[in-house]
Design a binder for this molecule. Structure first.
Ligand code: AMP
Ligand code: MG
Length: 401
């Protein structure tokens, strides 16, 4: 049995970051930058007003009340081409260039204007409400570093820096292969002893949320011919994920079939619950990750192993799931050597602290429990028995499962 960390190291160590492609800004949200975004602009390009008001000489408004004469206007996108002299003011608007001679903005709310006569009610200081040229960014400045997943503010910054196209990592193309004689697709005719296949749908959702493209190859039956045929369909993908059929049962043929195709495969018993058996290797030049079939194991192994694998393909800077802390809602027995991901409900105690209460059943087949779980309590191997009220590490649902 190997640790989760060792398995992860082996998986991510065997994967290489995918090549880059150019995408327009409008399609870049959620993608991972393959090159730094460099500013092509100075922002603001010149000193501008931060408010609607009048541009004046600070010396003229050092004391209030003061009276000035308006000599023109500076609108956003335009300019006032003269110079503001002593006793003069220029009407100005947010984002408009500061006229020569002016070094202070008096905001509209502090002025009474009668025609061109400007009465200043409140004193002003030098540089008040003025944004210096280059306050936000300057040409050549690195706005966003390679390896970053682009959020809305990043897209806005790249646009403001005048980068209409961005270099991002190609999305990983992941083939999903379900296995089992008992499975039918949702909506299909179903026999009395069959169940509806759910893993490929759940894993596809996880893959898309992680920044990949999931293609469902279908359901292989529990015989060599069926599996072989579908494995061949994985050609050209960046990763093949098999679901089920890797345990020790008589019909668990995935290892066998891939192995007989000359594949280099590692099979590990991993110290994780749910999900012990996991397989990783390479088949026809394609990395293969074999995940167990029980739906809860399948999805939790997806979160623990597949998500980091996708991040590695995307060249994403470290993006671990942020662990949080909560108080235990019930007592827990001492843990054995497997790291446990316990499905739990979150509530708050009187002090407002989060309390994680495990569901009474932790069967790895029960999707209804996982779907209701607000968090997973992460119990490290050999964690000692814990009483209600003790702090534990949790990971929040946050779109992960
Ligand atoms: P296996 O890993 O193939 O032994 O499957 C373990 C359990 O998970 C069995 O009860 C299977 O019926 C179930 N299972 C396997 N694949 C799926 C799937 N795609 N969707 C739902 N349940 C599955
Ligand atoms: Mg099976």
């Amino acid at each position: 049995m190997i640790s989760i960390e060792d398995a992860l190291r082996a998986i991510t160590g065997a994967l290489e970051t995918l090549p880059a492609e150019m995408v327009p800004l409008s399609q870049a949200a959620g993608r991972v930058l393959a090159a730094d975004v460099i500013s092509r602009r100075c922002q603001p390009p010149v000193a501008v007003s931060a408010m609607d008001g009048w541009a004046v000489r600070a010396a003229d408004v050092a004391q209030a009340p003061a009276e000035l004469t308006e000599i023109g206007e500076s609108p956003a996108g335009g300019s006032f081409d003269g110079t503001v002299g002593p006793g003069e003011a220029v009407r100005i608007f947010t984002g408009a260039p500061l006229p020569a001679g002016a070094d202070c903005i008096v905001i509209q709310e502090n002025i009474e204007a009668i025609g061109k006569r400007i009465k200043v009610a409140v004193a002003g200081r030098a540089n008040a409400h003025i944004r210096a040229a280059g306050l936000d960014f300057r040409p050549g400045q690195i706005g966003l570093a390679a390896g970053r997943r682009l959020g809305p503010s990043d897209i806005g910054l790249a646009a403001a820096m005048d980068n209409p196209w961005l270099s991002v990592r190609r999305k990983p193309r992941v083939a999903l292969l379900s296995t089992g004689d008992e499975l039918v697709r949702p909506g299909e005719p179903i026999g009395p002893n069959q169940i509806v296949s759910s893993n490929s749908f759940a894993l596809a959702a996880l893959i898309e949320a992680s920044g990949g493209i999931a293609i469902d190859l279908g359901i292989a039956r529990d015989n060599r011919d069926s599996l072989t045929g579908l494995v061949e369909a994985a050609r050209g993908f960046d990763l093949l994920v098999t679901l089920g059929g890797i345990s020790v049962g008589a019909y668990d043929l995935v290892r066998d079939v891939l192995g007989s195709r000359g594949l280099r495969l590692d099979f590990w018993q991993i110290a994780i619950r749910p999900g012990k058996p996991l397989m990783f290797g390479e088949c026809d030049g394609i990395p293969v990750l074999g995940i167990p079939g029980n739906p809860v194991s399948s999805l939790i192994c997806g979160v623990v192993f597949l998500r980091p694998a996708l991040h590695r393909l995307l060249g994403l800077d470290d993006d671990p799931i942020p662990p949080a802390s909560a108080l235990l809602g019930t007592e827990l027995r001492a843990n054995d050597r497997r790291q446990d991901y316990i499905r739990a409900r979150l509530s708050r105690n009187a002090a407002g602290t989060e309390v994680a209460t495990p569901f009474s059943t932790q069967d790895s087949s029960m999707l209804s429990v996982l779907a209701t779980a607000d968090c997973l309590i992460v119990r490290p191997p050999f964690a000692p028995a814990a009483k209600a009220g003790e702090p534990v590490t949790v990971i929040h649902r946050a779109g992960l499962w």
